[in-house]
Design a binder for this molecule. Structure first.
Ligand code: SF4
Length: 342
């Protein structure tokens, strides 16, 4: 069982101490006896403990930076939401295929922002622009926010903020099961709580440092019990020997262990495994022993956002994935909605 995250090292930007959450977090980490260092800006962080890049990468992933979010222009977040809402960046997990390895580059530490009121105000403005259309905000584009939220309770505040909003909706996804503090958040049905799931082989081989499938399913049951709309993202869908059986077993377990109430308003999103050339290089550097199949010749080339091409499965494989997983979902969860396959 993966224990709730505790940082090995904490950095604080002085401006963060002007906010109540900044002060609260520093007091908490002092009490926990964690080393706290000051930094004028996260860009100045140097000298992380570790003898080489491999060790420094691991230290960084267990380092928490307490800072202030300056950019309040939100990125778009298709297809699951209109905007990405920035509360946290980085993650303590070690999934070999994690997209953060390329997007966070040489700064893989976790940053949490304490100026929540500014972020909520910006969200309010985006909602006003689109009203009376609803606006969906995705809180896990640059992190796995649940993984750190037992320490910050930022997500809990966000759930309650959107719970009170007229046109706002919140979504996020997690591979962590540490959800207990979120269960009494006043969500008003405005937050869709999603779990990222995969078959046992994939979680075991490629997702170290995250909660195991039975823990995620148990947490999903609790979340559904608290009345949250629930969803699952099957991602990345990865073809390996026995994948059809693996995914069938996964959905069978979900069906058997979720409470009936959770099955009525359930969504599934399906995302196939993909990689870019830069991602391949970073993965092989950070996880040199990985068994992850990254052979370009077996894949189809596809133009991606920002002009960076990516390697996806061939058309036949994609059809096979859609048919197979779609059939399983329809069999085990006839009331669920499949939102997209990409
Ligand atoms: Fe990346 Fe998500 Fe794994 Fe964290 S849990 S390392 S964000 S894939």
């Amino acid at each position: 069982m993966v224990k709730p995250f505790v940082p090995q090292l904490v950095y604080v930007e002085p401006s963060a101490l002007e906010y109540p959450l900044g002060k609260e977090l520093i007091a908490k980490f002092e009490n926990m006896g964690i080393e706290i260092r000051e930094t004028t800006s996260h860009n100045q962080i140097r000298n992380l403990p570790g003898d080489n890049d491999f060790q420094k990468y691991r230290t960084a992933k267990s380092t928490l930076v307490i800072g202030v979010r300056k950019t309040l222009k939100f990125d778009t977040s298709k297809p699951s939401a209109e905007y990405a809402i920035p509360f946290v960046t980085g993650c303590m997990g070690h999934c070999h295929y994690c997209y953060l390895q390329t997007t966070m580059g040489s700064k893989p530490y976790i940053r949490t922002y304490v100026n929540l009121e500014d972020i909520f105000e910006a969200a309010d403005n985006y909602m006003k622009e689109r009203a009376p259309e609803p606006t969906r905000f995705e809180a896990s584009c640059t992190s796995d926010i649940v993984g750190v939220d037992h320490l910050t309770h930022t997500l809990k505040k966000a759930i309650e903020f959107f719970g009170q909003s007229e046109y706002g909706k919140l979504r996020f996804v997690t591979k962590f099961a540490h959800v207990d503090h979120l269960l009494d958040a006043k969500h008003n049905g405005k937050t869709r709580f999603r779990f990222s799931v995969n078959d046992d082989y994939i979680i075991k081989n490629f997702e170290p440092g995250t909660s195991r499938l039975p823990e995620r399913i148990e947490a999903a049951g609790k979340v559904a019990g608290a009345g949250f709309p629930l969803g699952f993202i099957i991602a990345p869908i990865y073809l390996h020997e026995g994948w059809k059986e693996g995914y069938r077993e996964m959905l069978e377990k979900l069906e058997a262990e979720l409470p009936e109430s959770a099955k009525k308003d359930l969504t599934f999103e399906m995302i196939q495994h993909r990689f870019t050339k830069p991602a391949k290089r970073v993965i092989q550097k950070n996880y040199p022993m990985t068994k992850l199949e990254l052979d370009e010749t077996k894949r189809k080339w596809k133009w991606g956002r920002y002009g960076i091409g990516k390697f996806v499965y061939t058309n036949e494989e994609q059809e096979d994935i859609k048919d197979t997983l779609g059939r399983y979902i329809n069999t085990y969860f006839p009331q669920a909605k499949i939102e997209y396959f990409t």
